[in-house]
Design a protein around this ligand. Structure first.
Ligand code: NDP
Length: 262
């Protein structure tokens, strides 16, 4: 019997318990997946080991700390310094980041992407930038403030106001602008120049039509939101939880069914 959870703050809104529990049921596995709200990450390692989880998903704002407490890390969490999946074996913590591969899987149908611009410079941007670069895509980052751009020295990066290149195949909004408010990530004028030239756009937020998503729909390009990214990061985490190899389609079907219950 696996004891699983998603850890974050806030956590009530999380769809992960529903996704994972339906996959457990659908595949006839033994396990239970709950949610756990943590006030702070001071004793993250001790708390997680004490509670006795077999594995957990980690969400905002603990992904960086989750990576730090791990004894072993997969390549992407090592490179980007954040993890959304932890497995506990023999008192050791194994960290994984399935956000990046979840993003890649969700843009499978976006073909011939040579150059991409990521708006925002947070943890999600780091994961997306890393996997795109691994795929041979020329990756640029733009942000409203300079502090977090220091983590993107491996990429061309600038403030929005200093952007000089507006020719990208794919524009990704990885900011949380529009999540709890009605803001665009940057000015409409800059977005107009970017979206007029782009073939594809991606909004990481999945639970509402953000101003960025709405604006993209006015242009002649394909736009997707973060729904499939959420789905796929869950599928890949589930494979890790139960050490599964050939049941990706079944897991996806079960998680999709759970997500579509809304
Ligand atoms: P972070 O807090 O690490 O980074 C947030 C980024 O957004 C920063 O670059 C910040 O800029 C920018 N930002 C925030 N508010 C605004 C605003 N009003 N205008 C312009 N820029 C803004 O967040 P994460 O990277 O962890 O997450 C970002 C989003 O990705 C969240 O909405 C999250 O829900 C979503 N997400 C979706 C997933 C999915 O499966 N679909 C998976 C993971 C995340 P600055 O540096 O200047 O503060």
């Amino acid at each position: 019997m696996k004891f699983l959870a998603v850890i974050g703050n806030p956590i009530m809104h999380s769809k992960s318990p529903r996704m994972h529990n339906n996959a457990i049921k659908f595949l006839g596995l033994k396990g239970i997946y709950t949610r756990y709200c943590l006030n702070n990450d001071l004793f993250l390692k001790e708390e997680l080991l004490k509670i006795g989880f077999d594995a957990v998903n980690i969400t905002v704002p603990f992904k960086e700390k989750a990576c730090k407490i791990a004894d072993f890390k997969d390549e992407i969490s090592t490179r980007v310094g954040s993890a959304n999946t932890l497995c506990f074996k023999n008192n050791k913590i194994y960290a994984y980041n399935t956000d990046g591969i979840g993003f890649l899987q969700s843009i499978e149908e976006f073909k011939d992407i040579k150059k991409a611009l990521i708006l925002g410079a947070g943890g999600t941007a780091l994961a997306i930038a890393y996997v795109l670069k691994q795929r041979g895509v020329d990756v640029y980052i733009a942000n409203r403030s300079s502090k977090r751009l220091q983590y993107f020295n491996a990429y061309k990066n600038s403030l929005y106001k200093d952007l000089q290149d507006f020719n990208f195949d794919l524009i990704i909004n990885s900011t949380s602008a529009g999540l709890m408010d009605e803001y665009l990530p940057c000015s409409k004028e800059i977005l107009h120049q970017l979206l007029s030239n782009a073939k594809f756009a991606f909004e990481v937020i999945y639970n509402k039509e953000t101003p960025f998503y709405k604006l993209c729909k006015k242009y002649d390009l394909r736009v997707k939101n973060g729904f499939e990214m959420l789905l796929w990061q869950g599928v890949f985490a589930f494979e890790l939880f139960f050490d599964l190899k050939n049941q990706r389609e079944e897991i996806k079907t079960a998680m999709l069914q759970a997500l579509n219950l809304d």
